[in-house]
Design a protein around this ligand. Structure first.
Ligand SMILES: N[C@@H](CCC(=O)N[C@@H](CS)C(=O)NCC(=O)O)C(=O)O
Length: 220
């Protein structure tokens, strides 16, 4: 029986994109179902009643939610082009950095984008500190796991695209010259065909993030 793979996502979500990249790296054909999160479909509510969030991967009718869980499911189901190493210690390290991204780095950057005044300064300082950990992790490596991209690259992938959009919309300099290894990685990562072909259009992203920024910082 032919496999049926569907992915509920949005055109711009970093959480959805990491799953798109994993499926593309593995060469798995899938049907993309783009959600309107302001009017969630019955399918999304049925498949992810707990969080009601994208992405959801639907494999032969079975829904899997939470992007990090989905990435591991994809790696275990389709063995070609592994995105996690075999060694348990290395696997644990990859999971650590993925959690760090979702629980610390992303929330701090989101805070720097959405907050105001002292709260924004604190979020910006936290972002800079978190990015220093990323810079340190890249020492002596092309990608986070060595020569080939893996789970941590996919999870940190949003940096390669969104940081420059944050910078353009807010006028803040976030990465600048202070993170040379991260800058080199962002360049390297963005140029991989799988990544290049799937970036959301920059002009559309600028419009989306400008509107979000205006919502969080209404003119006084
Ligand atoms: N922890 C989740 C986060 C996913 C997430 O935040 N998705 C957002 C879009 S970027 C969403 O569906 N939001 C809908 C909502 O919050 O109502 C994951 O890794 O999959």
């Amino acid at each position: 029986m032919a496999e049926e793979v569907k992915l509920l996502k949005t055109w711009s979500s970093a959480f959805g994109l990491r799953v798109v990249w994993a499926l593309k790296l593995k060469g798995i054909p899938y049907e993309a179902i783009d959600e309107d999160l302001s009017n969630k479909s019955a399918l999304l509510l049925q498949y992810n009643p707990v969080h009601k969030k994208i992405p959801v991967l639907v494999h032969n009718g079975n829904p899997i939610s939470e992007s990090l869980v989905i990435l591991e499911y994809i790696d275990e189901t389709w063995k070609q082009n592994p995105i996690l190493p075999q060694d348990p210690l290395h696997r644990a390290r990859e999971r650590f950095w993925a959690k760090f991204n979702d629980e610390k780095l992303l929330p701090s950057a989101w805070g720097a984008f959405t907050k105001e005044g002292k709260d924004r300064e604190e979020a910006m300082a936290a972002t800079m500190e978190n990015l220093k950990f990323v810079e340190e992790e890249l020492k002596g490596k092309k990608f986070f796991n060595g020569e080939k991209i893996g789970l941590v690259d996919l999870v940190f992938g949003w940096l390669a695209n969104l940081i420059s959009i944050f910078e353009e919309v807010t006028g803040f300099n976030i990465v600048g010259d202070g993170y040379p290894l991260l800058s080199a990685w962002m360049q390297e990562f963005s140029e991989l065909p799988v990544i290049k072909d799937t970036w959301p259009p920059r002009d559309k992203m600028i419009i989306k993030y400008q509107a979000l920024y205006d919502k969080y910082h209404p003119a006084k």
